[in-house]
Structure formats: structure tokens, C-alpha cells
Unconditional design. Structure first.
Length: 292
């Protein structure tokens, strides 16, 4: 057993090193947005109020008063805010992210709020890694908000996320809404942002009146300057303009995809056909198929 475990750790170490190299090359070649950089800057804005808002959003969409005695998988943990929220709600948490800096941000929050906690494990891994997926088992709650459409293989990632969910478990995802030609426009903007460093500030400034100014004004009027999930308008805007790879789907496509995999829709919140993400909570049937 000792040899086997050491061998597994050795393979994981090699996989993490390869992941780091691939991730760095993708960013240098302008093929991927540095999500982790943005999340690292967001950490300074995390406070008790943001954590409470994140907790409330989990409870509302999952339709659960707390997460005690439940296992929670955060697939693409980003800043780690929702892993932290789930842990504070009582869950045993497993977090992972493809971006090394996102992993570092998640570990920072863990050490700040739950130092040396045995009920919160953090890995550097990809939702597209079949070997890693097979090693995890299944969870009562699988959470992947605004992540799977940034993998470059969204439908494979959506299918892999389904494999994490235990019978009668919940899957909470958010996927960019398909707006047709508008989505094609944003894909071009994002590709330009990651591909040409000199264009980044011009693109942010060009789109800030729409993405930041108008949204800020509407939220100021309604007293909601902080995003509903405890996020930040500025970091959300940077993530939106630069977030590449970028894929989209219509709500009905997501519904069909998971229905065919033995899931039932429990909750849905759409963006009304506009810019943004449609949110879904599915419950896995007791004996439903795990793949199409």
C-alpha cells in the first residue's frame, strides 16, 4: 500500500507540473485568460458581508438550510469564496481548479478562516482529467458556477461534472447564455483581450460604460452595489471582458443534456435572454444513467 500511495503521489506531482506548464504556455500564447490573477486581486475585497451573501446564495439555489453532513465539490474554485461559504455552512469540502493561482487563492482563504482543516481539501486539477475524476468518487453537492464554459471543451466538462454527483445529489452550475451573434462578438473581444496585451485596457475602457457604468448605476439606484453572489463589479467585469476560452448554450440545450443523463431540474434562474449566465440546480435520479 505504501508503494502504491507513493506511486500515486508521484503521478499526481508529475500531472500538476505538466498542468502548470500547459497553463503558462496557454496564457503566453494568448489562448487563455489568467483567471487566477483576477481572483488573487479579488481576495482583498473578501469580508464577512461577502461571505454571508455567498452563503445565502447557496442556501437559496440549493433549497437547503445548511450543508451539515453533506459533501461539497467546488469544481473550479476560483477565489475560493464559495468553498469557504460551503465549509461555513457545515459541508465537508473538496475544491479544485486548473489555474495554479486560483488554487493558491483558495488555500489562502482556507488558512485565513479554517487553518489546517481536515474537512476541506484543495487540489490543482482539471475537470477534463478523467483520471482525477475517477479518483474522487461522488458528492452530495457539486458546484461549478461560471467555470465549465471556460474549459475549451464545455460539453465534455458538463458531462464530467455529472459523474461527480451522488444519487439524489444536487448539481449547481451556471453557463453563459447563447445570444447568437452577440455571443460571437464577445468571443472575438475575449480572444483579442488574451491575444494582444496592448488591447486589454482599451477593451476594458471601451466596454466599461455598458458593463460597469450602467450596471453600477442600476445597482446604486436599487441599493445593490455588491453582486448577488458576494462578488465584485470590477473583478466581474474584467473576468467578463477577458474570460477566454468562451462557450455558450441555450437553457433548453442544458436541460436536455442533463435530462438524458438522469437528472431532474430542481431550480433555474435565467438572465432573461440577456448577457450573463443561466443558473441551474439539478437533482440526480436514484437510478438514472450517468452518461448519454
Amino acid at each position: 500500500m505504501k508503494t502504491t500511495m507513493n506511486g500515486w503521489r508521484g503521478r499526481r506531482g508529475h500531472e500538476i507540473q505538466m498542468n502548470n506548464e500547459t497553463h503558462s504556455v496557454d496564457i503566453r500564447r494568448g489562448q487563455r485568460f489568467a483567471f487566477g490573477d483576477n481572483w488573487a486581486r479579488f481576495l482583498s475585497a473578501v469580508d464577512e458581508n461577502r461571505i454571508a451573501v455567498a452563503e445565502a446564495s447557496l442556501k437559496q439555489m440549493l433549497d437547503l438550510p445548511n450543508l451539515y453532513d453533506r459533501s461539497f465539490l467546488d469544481a473550479g474554485s476560483g477565489s475560493g469564496l464559495f468553498s469557504l461559504a460551503a465549509r461555513r455552512l457545515g459541508a465537508t469540502v473538496r475544491s479544485f481548479d486548473y489555474d495554479p493561482q486560483s488554487v493558491a487563492s483558495t488555500r489562502h482563504l482556507q488558512q485565513q478562516y479554517f487553518p489546517d482543516d481536515k474537512q476541506w481539501t484543495i487540489d490543482e486539477a482539471s475537470v477534463l482529467d478523467a483520471g482525477y475524476i475517477a479518483s474522487l468518487g461522488r458528492f452530495d453537492v457539486v458546484y461549478s458556477w461560471g467555470v465549465l464554459h471556460h474549459t475549451g471543451q464545455m460539453w465534455s466538462a458538463l458531462g464530467n461534472a455529472a459523474d461527480f454527483v451522488a444519487p439524489r445529489g444536487r448539481l449547481f452550475i451556471a453557463i453563459y447564455n447563447d445570444q447568437g451573434w452577440v455571443s460571437s462578438y464577445w468571443k472575438a473581444v475575449k480572444r483579442a483581450y488574451v491575444g494582444h496585451r496592448v488591447l486589454r485596457w482599451p477593451l476594458l475602457l471601451l466596454h466599461s460604460p455598458y458593463l460597469f457604468g450602467l450596471r453600477w448605476l442600476m445597482r446604486a439606484i436599487t441599493g445593490r452595489l455588491r453582486l448577488d453572489r458576494g462578488m465584485s463589479l470590477w473583478h466581474d467585469m474584467v473576468d467578463w471582458v477577458g474570460g477566454y476560452p468562451f462557450e455558450v448554450a441555450r437553457p433548453e440545450a442544458i436541460l436536455r443534456f442533463y435530462r438524458d443523463r438522469g437528472f431532474e431540474l430542481h431550480e433555474m434562474k435565467t438572465c432573461g435572454g440577456r448577457l450573463g449566465c443561466n443558473e441551474f440546480v439539478f437533482v440526480r435520479s436514484e437510478h438514472g444513467p450517468s452518461s448519454a
